[in-house]
Ligand binder design. Structure first.
Ligand code: HEC
Length: 106
């Protein structure tokens, strides 16, 4: 019995290790210009726009919504606390990349 539970424990450890390694690889995101731009939003909006807190999640919102929101923040058309300052740092092209990136997140 002693040896059975021991090997059972080993098997579980092995399976867990394989699962952990597998999931680490699956999560290794490809680095693209869009994902690098998106990194600077993660501090507030969460990893890939999955906000864990009070700041709105942006993952999975439509490209059009995100693009329009960023341009309106940038121009001051849309009231904001921090997004106006943030959006000012991006060109139209970068805003499009960001919008497409976050829209493609689940
Ligand atoms: C310093 C924290 C912070 C950072 C960094 C930040 N945001 Fe925001 N974001 C906010 C807050 C707070 C709001 C709510 C509007 C406001 O008060 O500015 C918001 C709102 C938004 C909205 C509108 C969401 C909605 O549902 O109305 C979008 C889209 C957005 N942010 C995109 C981005 C993108 C893209 C980036 C990276 C380029 C980014 N944000 C970086 C804090 C941040």
């Amino acid at each position: 019995m002693q040896s059975y539970s021991h090997s059972h424990y080993l098997a579980i450890t092995l399976i867990t290790t394989v699962l952990l390694l597998g999931s680490t690889q699956a999560q290794a995101t490809e680095i693209t210009p869009a994902s690098m731009l998106a990194n600077s939003c993660a501090g507030c909006h969460g990893t890939d726009g999955h906000s864990p807190g009070a700041i709105p999640a942006i993952a999975g919102k439509s490209t059009e919504f995100i693009e329009t929101a960023l341009k309106d923040f940038r121009s001051g058309n849309k009231a904001s606390t921090v997004m106006e300052r943030h959006a000012k740092g991006y060109t139209d092209e970068e805003i499009k990349l960001l919008a497409e990136y976050f829209a493609s997140q689940k």
